[in-house]
Write a protein that binds this ligand. Structure first.
Ligand code: MN
Length: 131
């Protein structure tokens, strides 16, 4: 076994995130593992763009208050201790509530081939505030 080196926190790029979002890579499995685990920290109002994951995604909220929405669904509040599963190919976004930070652990897997995630438009203020 080995204790892996700690990588620096990475700021989420503006094409994929609105507001201040930082992620820490916890695990990126080497073949044959396809495991991907990140801790993601969102400042109030910060959120992902619309996106989907080829093999689905599991989120586990560890701190704060967050929001999540699937395409065509309602915005739902998410809180520490809750686990949210998004199936393969389902378009969605996740982020912090307007007046709270939010941290979640994001877990997903790399597919056989092709991209792990597909990214679309940023979530507008109108979409974010529509609840
Ligand atoms: Mn996601």
């Amino acid at each position: 076994m080995e204790i892996l080196p700690k990588h620096p926190s990475v700021k989420g790029p503006a094409e994929m995130f609105t507001g201040d979002v930082y992620f820490d890579v916890i695990a990126k499995g080497e073949e044959p593992s396809r495991m991907r685990v990140n801790t993601v920290r969102f400042a109030p109002c910060a959120r992902t763009a619309w996106h989907s994951h080829a093999v689905g995604q599991t989120l586990h909220v560890t701190e704060g208050v967050g929001l999540i929405q699937s395409r065509g669904g309602e915005i739902t509040e998410i809180r520490p201790g809750e686990t949210i599963y998004t199936p393969p190919g389902e378009w969605h976004w996740h982020g912090a509530a307007p007046d709270h930070f939010m941290t979640h652990i994001a877990m997903w897997e790399a597919p056989d081939s092709g991209p792990e995630s597909e990214w679309g438009d940023l979530v507008t203020d109108e979409e974010y505030n529509n609840r």
